[in-house]
Write a protein that binds this ligand. Structure first.
Ligand code: ADP
Ligand code: MG
Length: 242
């Protein structure tokens, strides 16, 4: 089953055409990494997929349901997508646990005790059970990002979208965040990950998409894309980042 299907997606901001004609699919349990230069439209693509931006044209289907159809229940559909950003966006006045269980309580109608049970499991999964009652300002960047992942997972998403989750981190914290993503991949989570971590993409991705100037220029397995890129723009980009 296709978890995400994007057909002829276009997105402009005023006169600026950011996404020009994007076609992509993500299959169940697939890990897709999206790479490409800054400004190529990677974030805009993810933001269109969960309707943080409204597409200018084209269609997006989530598990077969048309995201852009007028009848669609956007809030229900959005709950199937978990999103993790470069900036962690934790609520500073809430503890780690409160941050994680807010969504399940407010949006999924979970009781405090049910939500805490889920929260404890997820904080254990991301290695932070000992931080349950701590406020975010006491956490490192890597720990904050792991809380943000636990918070997204607490909504029981069917698909996880990551937008450069390690770009704001000090280098020594990148590994712990990538490890959580690796664990998720091994558990069969369907994931789309915008990243500059080429080593991670090589190791974990089932498929790598290279974007440039609002187009998908090339895609393939990590081996195809990294070791034998066909397009000269892919080659030029990789020669700078590898
Ligand atoms: P990437 O994530 O690949 O670096 P983005 O999707 O963030 O690229 O941005 C692509 C282009 O769209 C950039 O030129 C950026 O300035 C522009 N852009 C992104 N969001 C907006 C917005 N809300 N309003 C106007 N321009 C935007
Ligand atoms: Mg971006």
């Amino acid at each position: 089953m296709k978890m995400i299907e994007v057909n002829n997606l276009k997105k402009s901001f005023g006169k600026l055409e950011v996404l020009k004609d994007i076609n992509m699919d993500v299959n169940s349990q697939e890990v897709v990494c999206v790479i490409g230069p800054s400004g190529s439209g990677k974030s805009t693509l993810l933001r269109c997929i969960n309707l943080l931006e409204e597409p200018t044209g084209g269609d997006i289907f989530i598990e077969g349901d048309n995201l852009t159809a007028p009848k669609t229940n956007i809030n229900e559909l959005r709950q199937r997508l978990g999103m993790v950003f470069q900036q962690f966006n934790l609520f500073p006045h809430m503890t780690v646990m409160e941050n994680v269980i807010l969504g399940p309580k407010r949006l999924k109608g979970k009781s405090q005790s049910e939500a805490k049970e889920i929260g404890t499991q997820l904080l254990d999964k991301v290695g932070l059970v000992d931080k349950t009652d701590v406020y975010p300002d006491k956490l490192s960047g890597g720990q904050k990002q792991r809380v943000a992942m636990a918070r997204a997972l607490a909504m029981e998403p069917h698909i996880m979208l990551f937008d450069e989750p390690t770009s704001a981190l000090d280098p020594e914290m990148v590994g712990e965040v990538l490890q959580v993503m690796k664990d998720l991949a091994e558990e069969g989570m369907t994931m789309t990950i915008v990243t500059h971590e080429m080593g991670f993409a090589k190791e974990v991705a089932d498929r790598v998409i290279f974007m440039d100037e609002g187009f998908i220029v090339e895609q393939g397995t990590p081996d195809e894309l990294f070791n034998n890129p066909q397009n000269e723009r892919t080659q030029a980009f990789l020669s700078k980042v590898l």
